[in-house]
Write a protein that binds this ligand. Sequence first.
Ligand SMILES: [Cu+2]
Length: 717
Amino acid sequence: MRTAFTCNTPVQLNTLDPLTVHKYETALPNPLDAASVYKPASVAMVGGVRTENYTVGMYQTTQDILGSVDLMSPAGAKIGTTHYQTSIYGYGTSQATASFPGKTFVIPQNANVNVHWVNNLGTAANYLLNPYMDHSAMMNTPDMMAMPLNDGVPTVPHLHGGHTEAASDGQPDQWFTQALPEKAGGRAVIDRGADAVKANDTYLYDSSVNSSAKSLWYHDHALGYTRTNVYAGLAGMYFTRDKLDTGTSANTLGLPSGKYEVPLMIADRMFTPEGQLYYPYQVDPTGCVRMLPESFGNVMTVNGKAWPVMHVEQRAYRFRMVNASDSRFLNLWLAKDTDPGLTPAATLTQVGTDQGLLFKPVPQQKMLFAPGERADVVVDFSKLPAGTKLILRNDAATPYAGGDPVDPATTGQVMEFVIDAPLVKSYPNPALKANILPSAIGPLVATAGQAPLQVGLFESDIVETYTVPDTSPGAAPGATTTATYTAIVPQLGTLKTGPLSYHSAVTETIKLNNTAVWEIYNTTADAHPVHLHLVAFQVLSRQAFTTTVDAATGATTYAKTGPVRLPQGNELGMKDIVVCYPGEVTRIIAKFDRAGKYMWHCHILSHEENDMMRPFTVTSTVTPKTVAAAVVAPAAVAAPAVTSSSTMTMPMSGSGGMTTTAQSRSGPTPTSSTVQQGTAAARARALATNADLFRSLARRIGQATKSRTVNGTAAAM
Ligand SMILES: [Cu+2]
């Protein structure tokens, strides 16, 4: 049930014009440079196993993300350039060296790794993105989510893709703060339950995590704070090596190595005119900050730099890519800067995916790349003339795949490669092998008797009705009126129950060591990158389905229909994220060989947080659970809360359109609240651009405006 929540009122209306940010001037940092790779604090042989110990902190620091930015006069003339130090949260071993992305783990095969995670982020009062937080997310009451209150900034690091014991998995409820590390009696321990307590916040990534070479990444996963903590910079890469993928020129796979192996963490961001992080939001009728169903930035960053440039030699490079954006799918290709037709000018040869190398390399002119996914890509610049400039371009719509087109001048570009570095002939430049791995990846086979888990992706609309002061012309003093707020809530669930919230009882229980098929029915209008913790899975197929609602009983049945589509070439490896397209059932298969409670969720961070995340359990004794149908609706709230006029005060100036003081208060309780399945009207509202939202907000300052038009659709305010 959604009840009163801490309400933030808007503090920031303007955003930096992305066209004032200079492109292709800032050099791309390489997170695999020695100075950017963590060194273990100690290494010991324990029980015959190499054991590496690390201590990694979370710090608030600053970073020049934007590079040179034009200063503009009010009339729009360029009057100079400047650099900004953007406040971020970063992982690192000291405040001076913390960065976004955080330093890189490079872990040898079959090592045990202990990481002592230390939250140095201080108290909630200093929370970097607090002004943008919607504390009603996750359909929670404040005491159910990682509210900072007086406890500090909640964090919990998660090793994405790790075959990790549950207690070290960094799940949403395992959050801790600086004041309350994982210690007995602490708030964090109470919230997460006794099944997942680690002494001193030291997480174990054991040798089963590092059994072969992979491209993992680590990022924050705190309940209700994942999207903003990652946005603030809490993300980094975690590579594991093995006997084949050694990371040295001695590897026999023909993979570029040394300085020719370069991670690319791609993430969109948005900034204030002062060069600080801005997180997009919307505003409800009472003036409270509320999260958008998706969040898109207008500045592309790679390795923590806006639109960087890399000078490359005429040889092959290996790019270890991760899409660390909140919601943005990428559809990437390389085009010459001089080509107005933007024809692909170099091949993206994918040699690996989320959980390791592919058997066969997959040459692609364009590569779809969903949030959270990793792509291991070789690009051969040797065939292109010296001096060629290639721009890594993107044309994935937002939201994907049926949303708005990208702006070719901003988010349609990611970074630039300039082929002008002198060729180092002494370093090996081997050709890729026809087969990357020595043998094909064997297909997983479901355990006899293990029925497929039939789950669904859903979208509901929450419609909240508020009683607010009537400030329309001629309204009597003290008169009230009603205003509604509609929000899309993406959710997971099962075919039997329909949508369920994060806090509903576990419905997916798998017997330990069983190999199980998951059938994921996407009933929504968008593609969702679905991620399972713990496992490496294989993509089996995709197929359209039809939905039938029984008029008499209201029961919904789903029927697969049409041809079965087999996975794409670059999905023929071990994955931990799969793109589920609208109207299709996507089938995956995995072995669940570690007992415990884990998460599965959409990796669009704004979806995951509200409310597209569910637990699953792996147990040695499976106890079937009966779950009541569709526990999604915050039932009608009886409290007749009339919002007082004081809580409607907008802290914004008329001229500059912004103030700088964060304000928060107890949010109003809606007089009624209902949930309905997704409607086109709600989708249209949700896709409103920030400009639309702020125009509508500005209109409501000092005058009552009870309706607005967004994307051509009249929408109640
Ligand atoms: Cu999603």
